[in-house]
Design a protein around this ligand. Structure first.
Ligand code: SIN
Length: 518
């Protein structure tokens, strides 16, 4: 077994990983491990942009207030305040690194998205914000003290005397494990959209970081809160490509298949209601009209402006024969963002010394039960900076959750063998936008049975990349289903037909840990 040694090991190459790495390299050697190519990440697909209170009428206190309202009472207010207050500085950091945001009349152009009281979202290349950031940061990662290893599947966190001291991985996703030792390990592996049948996320989003951390003994929090984006492209033969909320912010309108607008019947903010409300309303409208989609209509907008402001959407739809300047876009909800994740404090420390988490894989509690649009790119920069600063201070002050739960579902006898398609269908129908005890019980039992089944149990080394990913998704599916079972209320993105009301008794977080074998 080969062993390599670094000051920092960063797992993941989206904005959270790259930005942390670019700061960390000022203080030591850095290894970035990524299971695909460097640009195979969710950041690449972020469209709407990055929220920050930089407008002349805006203030961090407004940004904070909007974040707390969207979070439906469950935001960690300290984390949300840090995000809002540090937002403008984070933007200047990205500009310092070379990101060029769009301007209008010489001022930074600000888009509007749901649940923001005013335009607050910076964008780049129109709707190519994530791709522009990824390109800028990844080109800077060609640095003499940053070693990027692409196509390495991380298989385990190495823990010695209760401290994470590095990771093991499979080069090219197969063969013998290689060990990488590091004084600080930063999880920046992103989200888990691939657990669902329909998702705006790319194939790499298999929840690896949460599964690695949980297996190593770290606490995970709020896994029942998973955000569905209301408007993903729904065309036969086309993947559910994201149709940014910023399009509604610019005036595009949701209509049912009969051509009628409907959102004001569901929420006073209409098309710009919080994302969880819009997703549920779309499902209701689809059920009412018997259609598999609604449409987003931008045909009344000037066509040259529409194509210039949303070039990626315009081009992608064109490749599927849809001219969005002339025809409404068929859309339906798709899995988009994991609010839960590896429990961290506001310095990115997890419950395992030596292990930090940053970005979508982490759960500071910042997003509460429903993330405010475009807070996610911002979070990576604000908290990435805090991770690196904390790593220089020494000592460990990570969270010590009380009342952590253990997974306990009885394995279902009828589960059969795990498969990606089966897992995605089960999660979509039973742990999706609308949930019930019956469906969650069924899902928890199937996931429990799959956890004891191949590939994890029988394949040598747990198998290669694909079987590792499937095993990780099973772990996450189980965590999501059991967390959702525990929370007997509806709040934000978590909606249960058997507990449709929000309850003050549930103004608390769900935390799970793996029981230790001693
Ligand atoms: C969007 O562009 O609609 C997505 C933005 C986000 O998820 O924050």
């Amino acid at each position: 077994m080969t062993t390599q040694q670094y000051d920092y090991i960063v797992i993941g190459s989206g904005i959270a990983g790259l930005y942390s790495a670019l700061l960390a390299v000022e203080h030591g050697s850095v290894l970035i491990l990524t299971k695909g190519g460097i640009a195979d990440c969710n950041t690449q697909y972020a469209q709407g942009g990055i929220a920050a209170a930089v407008g002349p009428e805006d203030s961090p206190s407004y940004h904070l207030a909007d974040t707390l309202v969207a979070g439906a009472g469950l935001c960690n207010e300290d984390a949300a305040r840090i995000l809002a207050e540090q937002g403008p500085h984070a933007i200047s950091e990205l500009v310092r690194l070379g990101v060029i945001f769009d301007t209008a009349d010489g001022e930074v152009a600000l888009g509007r998205e749901a649940a923001h009281r005013m335009p607050r979202v910076l964008h780049a290349g129109g709707d190519a914000t994530g791709a522009r950031i990824e390109l800028t940061l990844s080109s800077l990662a060609h640095h003499s003290r940053i070693h990027v290893e692409e196509y390495v599947t991380t298989t385990r966190l190495l823990v010695e005397d209760g401290r994470v001291v590095g990771v093991a991985g499979l080069v090219n996703g197969e063969g013998e494990e290689v060990e990488y030792l590091g004084a600080h390990t930063v999880l920046a592996t992103g989200g888990a959209g691939r657990l669902y049948r329909y998702t705006t996320n790319p194939e790499v989003t298999t929840g690896d970081g949460v599964a690695l951390a949980f297996d190593a003994g770290a606490a995970v929090m709020d896994m029942e809160f998973y955000q569905f984006h209301p408007t993903a492209l729904r065309l036969p033969g086309a993947p559910p490509f994201l149709i940014t909320e910023a399009m509604r912010g610019e005036g595009a309108v949701l209509r049912n298949v009969n051509g009628d607008t409907f959102m004001t019947e569901y929420h006073p903010h209409g098309d710009l209601a919080p994302r969880d409300v819009v997703s549920r309303s779309l499902l209701a409208e689809m059920r009412r009209t018997g259609a598999g989609h609604v449409v987003l209509d931008a045909t009344h907008m000037p066509s040259d402006r529409l194509a210039a402001r949303f070039p990626s959407i315009y081009k992608t739809c064109m490749t599927h024969g849809l001219d969005i300047t002339r025809e409404p876009i068929p859309v339906s909800p798709a899995a988009h963002y994991m609010m839960g994740g590896v429990l961290t404090n506001t310095d990115g420390e997890t419950t395992l010394p030596g292990l930090y988490a940053c970005g979508e894989v982490a759960c500071t509690g910042l997003h509460g039960a429903n993330r405010l649009a475009s807070n996610s790119l911002l979070e990576t920069v604000v908290f990435g900076q805090r991770v690196v600063r904390r790593s220089l201070e020494g000592g460990w002050t990570g969270p010590r959750p009380e009342g952590a739960l253990a997974l306990g579902a009885e394995p279902s006898a009828e589960a059969g063998a795990p498969s990606l398609e089966g897992l995605q269908a089960l999660n979509w129908s039973n742990v999706g936008i609308i949930r019930s005890k019956e469906g969650l019980d069924e899902a928890a039992g199937v996931f429990a049975a799959w956890e004891a089944a191949p590939p994890r149990a029988s394949a040598p080394n747990g198998g290669g990349r694909a079987s590792r990913e499937l095993a990780n998704m099973v772990t996450l599916g189980r965590l999501m289903a059991e967390s959702a079972l525990v929370r007997e209320e509806s709040r934000g993105a978590h909606f249960r037909t058997d507990f449709p009301e929000t309850s003050d008794e549930w103004l608390c977080h769900t935390v799970f840990t793996k029981p230790t074998l001693d």
